[in-house]
Design a protein. Sequence first.
Length: 266
Amino acid sequence: MPSPHRVPILDIQHATVYQGDTCVFRDFSLTLQEGEHIAIVGPNGAGKSTLLKLLLGHVHPMPLDQTRLRIFGQELYSVWDVRTRIGIVSHDLQQDYLASAEGLNVVLSGFYASNDTYDHQTFTDRQITRAKELLDELNIGSLAARRFGQLSTGEQRRFLLARALVHDPPVLVLDEPTSGLDLKACFQYLDLLRAQIRKGKTVMLVTHHLHEIPPEIERVILLQSGAVMADGPKALILTDKNLGRLFDCPVTPVQANGWYQAFPGR
């Protein structure tokens, strides 16, 4: 359980959130401490995308008396402050990003949270150096002049990770990070994610694929229909009983070298 003496990075208590006329979360609570890596696992429609929008300020909880939403201990915060302290790589961002953007500009656009760079935006030498350093760190420096739409899915994902890292945020949030990647690209991307954890980043992973959960993540939340079905240590949560209930089908989880994979159950 989180220590009462530490200020959580994320503290959502008793939140009710609507998307249009649909109630996605009702009385939803979640707390994330610095250094406490977490995976939120759930099927499509569980509320994972809405949770990301809640973090970004794209949706808001209903203003009920018992509701609280604090990020880095602050109830009143700017969306810009969140974007500099929480780096987010999402499937929606990859789908919506401008195909004509050059690779280096993809990374630089993280300083403005834009979908390319524009004439009215200015960048310091330090910011440009930072972007180029990230390209080299993620092994995509040779692609700096390539258009985003000309990159493979895995290469695009690396550029968006670099974009999320330009502010050196303490927290990384990744939405189904290996979706659409072949086996080699999947393993390589997960290695990059583990490297960020070793550098001290706090990671929140949102997924429905068990194989995306690196060994360093110990806490797992199972999310079903906008409610927390289970929350606790990975070994106790990722069971055939829990996963079968979560996905409404027989599931057999298998663990090897700290990684998990799901197979059809009986």
